[in-house]
Design a protein around this ligand. Structure first.
Ligand code: AMP
Length: 291
């Protein structure tokens, strides 16, 4: 069932090429889809590995979606490393990669977007107005074009994953969203394309992110169910110890991504976003019931 790791990845640069590839597949073949913005790293590879195991055909996409960037500078400086990316795709046995350009996805006159609903306006959505509307719009369009059986998303972007699952359920989209665990460096920093922007000293200080999440986790495991206490311990690590600007440090109920309620039972997730110099980093951790 698995493709050979030496297979060359087929580059599909337009919707018509994608359509031709999609209709060339055997009827019974399942298609796994991994949408990305490129600058691939081991976090992305973990998604490819999982998708490779679960599907006959594995399709990736690389598109830096202008609709989901609320800061022009962030969009412009997003790294573009297509040749290195293709080597990774080939090593992971990806069969084809869809590489649309802006015109291909948003031809002149394109004017329709998906509203993300309540959860689209809080945390990441509050810090980055329009981000989730842009993200869901491109993801829906990619789903409709690629027609996958399963699509793979990282828990690293927990709110994104939540909203993609919600859209899939609300709009009855005929596919399964598969969550994939966050891949971290040995020292605990979550892999992210934006880590490459960090200077040496910033990279060292960024360890406070995992320290903050683990401190919240330890408190939760010891029985604390007061969100304000968990948030305060995270802020202590991020702000007072590392001097980061904290955009948010919060605890949400994993079921509905609403702020966790004191002493309510449920699955709690600590989430945070900080600014490290000019770089914005996000991370999260599902809190464990016991140590
Ligand atoms: P991006 O290219 O940043 O849009 O990410 C593409 C996909 O890879 C998204 O579903 C991300 O959540 C996922 N991803 C990014 N970093 C990681 C990581 N460190 N671990 C697991 N998944 C990740």
């Amino acid at each position: 069932m698995l493709a050979s790791t030496t297979t060359r990845v087929k580059r599909l640069t337009s919707f018509s090429e994608l359509r031709a590839w999609r209709s060339s597949l055997k009827d019974g073949d399942s298609v796994g889809f991994v949408p990305t913005m490129g600058a691939l790293h081991a976090g992305h590879s973990s998604l490819f590995k999982k998708a490779r195991r679960e599907n006959e055909q594995l399709l990736a996409s690389i598109f830096v979606n202008p609709l989901q960037f609320n800061e022009g500078k962030d969009f412009e400086r997003y790294p573009k490393t297509l040749e290195e990316d293709c080597q990774i795709l080939e090593a992971q046995g990806v069969n084809a990669v869809y590489l649309p350009d802006r015109e291909d996805l948003y031809p002149e006159g394109y004017d329709t977007t998906v509203t993300a609903g309540r959860v689209g306006d809080v945390f990441e959505g509050y810090s980055r107005p329009g981000h989730f509307e842009g993200m869901l719009s491109v993801v829906l369009k990619l789903f409709l074009r690629t027609k996958p059986h399963r699509a793979y998303f990282g828990e690293k972007d927990a709110q994104q994953l939540f909203l993609v699952k919600k859209m899939t359920k609300d709009l009855d989209l005929p596919l399964t969203i598969v969550p994939c665990e966050t891949v971290r460096c040995e020292d605990g920093l979550a892999l992210s394309t934006r880590n490459s922007f960090l200077g040496t000293e910033e990279r060292e200080r960024s360890l406070c992110i995992i320290h903050a999440l683990r401190a919240a986790d330890a408190l939760y495991a010891s029985g604390v169910r007061v969100p304000a206490e968990l948030e305060s311990v995270m802020r202590q690590c991020l702000q007072e110890e590392a001097g980061f600007f904290v955009e948010y440090a919060a605890v949400v109920d994993d079921k509905d991504f609403q702020s966790a309620q004191e002493n309510h039972l449920g699955s709690w997730r600590a989430i945070l976003a900080v600014r490290v110099g000019a770089t914005r980093l996000i991370d999260n951790l599902l809190l464990s019931e016991s140590a």
